[in-house]
Design a protein. Structure first.
Length: 441
């Protein structure tokens, strides 16, 4: 044992997308990694790094999954997607000290899966955020009246989880009314839009600030900037993320100090007052307004595509950092970031963010990825699956297919490199944004 971390630690990584591929790539560089088990639904790239777990992850299967973890002596479970957190994945599988879980409990993850509750908590803690009101289906007339009475445009958000697609940034009252009716009346997002949060539309630059939290200690990571809208020039509907770069010069030392002092610390303290011990990643999506940073939303897991950019620059043993976060000993971690900058450009399937094409052969990638390759370019698989034929090319299996991620001396060079190499990803209908990082040029 060294610092509480097993010398050879067996890990289960839950999640099947680009975020998990990037985490697996970095975990495989740890000298302490034993066997890596991955999601049964793992994409083609992720399967190269680990063995698919034979057990499913759905709630009704937890007993059999736990028996499997015991049999294989899995000591750390790393939770990637938010849906599993809502489904009590961390609660069910945590068994300290024999097995730790990196990822917050269901109660802690409510910050993400219940935006209405999150807003109340932020107000109680005096965390700067947009002014808002919450409505349910029985209050639809009141919601419509609220929208019409506002002097400025609003943002309409489904309160529950919608895979990054439950937010409508409105330009006028008519658009806001349509969004309210679609969510509350037509149940566009099912139970996730049983409640909507209508908030003032903030203006400024958006940044993503992630921190590791072990219950008491907070370790701020380098800030990123994501690009949500599908079209170049920030046009079109929101997606799960078309690209990101790290670090962003918008997050100055003064901004980061403010975010830690006025956002992260009071939020963790407010959770503690609710009897909630937060352990995992706390991800604040922020708007840098003329009156200072304000919280747009919280996520309770690593972001996608922010993780791809973060992992390209990560220095230190990721396994050690995740273990210490779950154990509550984060103050002893060795975490740093390489100089320069990284950029992830996401190559998407035709039809995304609606119904994407799938099953197309990925004919070419700019560079293959290997566990110990720390060069300046990586292709992280998102929506892919292995070919049915042995040795065949992987197939598309989702909207965001490949995250081409580059490391360079500065943001401009990193974004240019990622964009150039993204053109080398070839499959039917492939498209990507060529302007990631444009907001600071």
């Amino acid at each position: 044992m060294s610092g509480g971390v097993p010398d050879k630690c067996n890990v289960l990584l839950a999640g099947s997308g680009g975020r998990e591929h990037a985490l697996a790539w970095k975990l495989r560089q740890s000298p302490r990694l034993g066997k890596l088990w991955v999601d049964p639904a793992a994409n083609a790239g992720l399967r190269q790094f680990g063995t698919p777990c034979p057990q499913g992850f759905e709630p009704r299967n937890r007993f059999h999954l736990e028996r499997f973890l015991e049999k294989e002596n899995v000591q750390l479970v790393v939770v990637g997607p938010e849906a599993l957190l809502e489904q009590s994945f961390a609660d069910d599988l945590s068994k300290p000290p024999q097995r730790l879980v990196f990822g917050p409990t269901r109660a802690a993850a409510r910050l993400e899966w219940d935006k209405a509750w999150c807003k109340q908590l932020l107000r109680s803690a005096n965390v700067p955020t947009a002014e808002s009101r919450t409505f349910n289906a029985q209050q639809i007339e009141a919601a419509l009246h609220y929208v019409r009475s506002r002097p400025d445009p609003v943002v309409v958000k489904a309160s529950g989880l919608c895979a990054g697609k439950g937010v409508v940034v409105c330009d006028d009252a008519k658009q806001a009314e349509a969004a309210v009716q679609s969510m509350l009346l037509n149940k566009q997002h099912g139970d996730a839009s049983a409640q909507v949060v209508i908030e003032e539309r903030l203006h400024g630059q958006e940044v993503s600030v992630l921190a590791l939290v072990d219950g008491s200690n907070i370790w701020m990571l380098d800030a990123c900037q994501d690009h949500k809208q599908v079209g170049e020039g920030d046009t079109g509907p929101n997606t799960g993320g078309m690209g990101a770069y790290c670090p962003t010069p918008l997050a100055t030392p003064e901004v980061m100090q403010f975010v830690e002092r006025e956002v992260m610390v009071p939020t963790v303290d407010a959770l503690r007052r609710e009897g909630i011990d937060y352990r995992g990643v706390l991800f604040a999506g922020l708007m840098l307004t003329h009156s200072g940073p304000k919280v747009l939303e919280f996520n309770c897991r690593f972001g996608d595509p922010e993780t791809q950019a973060l992992m390209m620059r990560w220095q230190g043993d990721l396994l050690d950092a995740l273990w210490r976060t779950a154990e509550g000993t984060l103050d002893g971690a060795d975490i740093g970031f390489a100089r320069g900058a990284s950029c992830c450009v996401v190559v998407c399937a035709q039809g995304y963010p609606g119904t994407p094409r799938s099953g197309d052969s990925i004919e070419a990638l700019p560079e293959s990825i290997t566990p110990n390759d720390t060069q300046g370019l990586q292709c992280f698989h998102g929506g892919t699956k292995p070919s049915a034929q042995a040795g065949g090319q992987p197939l598309t299996a989702g909207g965001r297919v490949i995250g081409v991620t580059a490391l360079a001396a500065d943001v401009q060079q990193a974004c240019a490199s990622a964009t150039r190499h993204a053109a080398g990803v070839r499959f039917q209908g492939a498209f990507f944004r060529r302007d990631i990082g444009h907001r600071i040029r």
